[in-house]
Design a protein around this ligand. Sequence first.
Ligand SMILES: [Zn+2]
Length: 221
Amino acid sequence: MTPGPTLIKKCTYCSALICEHTALSWNSFGATFWTDGWAYGRMMVPHLMLIRCNQCESLVWRDEMEIVREYDSLREPKDVKLPAYDFMNQPSFNEYMAYLKKFGAKPDKERYVRQNALWMGNHLRRIDVNLFSAGVWDKVVVNVDSPLTQGEIENLEIFLKLLDASDEIQRLSKADGLRQLGRFSDSLRLLEKPPSGPMTAAHKVIENLAQSSDSMVAKIE
Ligand SMILES: [Zn+2]
């Protein structure tokens, strides 16, 4: 990963300063991918658009925050006192849902929130020794067989409506979402169209799981 500029931004609600570490480049070497589209790798940077402010706990869109200062992350100026608050605070499933209920969001942002809520909910169903050692799981009690909660089902049903099946990646997300809801024949119908090169592995795993009537999120080996 090549670090990019560091941005000091201001929370839209309480004006707390928050540090955003950007990356000029990253790669997915050695990353683990999952059927629901979530991926984790040491060289990857989580692309969080909606974050939680550590001071006031509001959820704030990154692109709506005022940039107070920007500097080269490799040459940190001596006169700048760095904010105490880190940027990468991802909201929980319940926080995402509460946010949408209170504020709503435009379709592209709503899709982002619902997808991230889906991922956060599914974290307790993933098991991977690398994720434990990386501390990703420090707040999650793993229960790989745990069924979707009513809230997760409602979120997933709305998320699926926001996906465009003519786009291959979104179609695959939709097929996996239908599979997670136990709608295996609907999922397989979406998978009838042959995958293109990069999507072949994910397509195959989701198809095999749907054919086996398996609704659990799974790793793509
Ligand atoms: Zn704040």
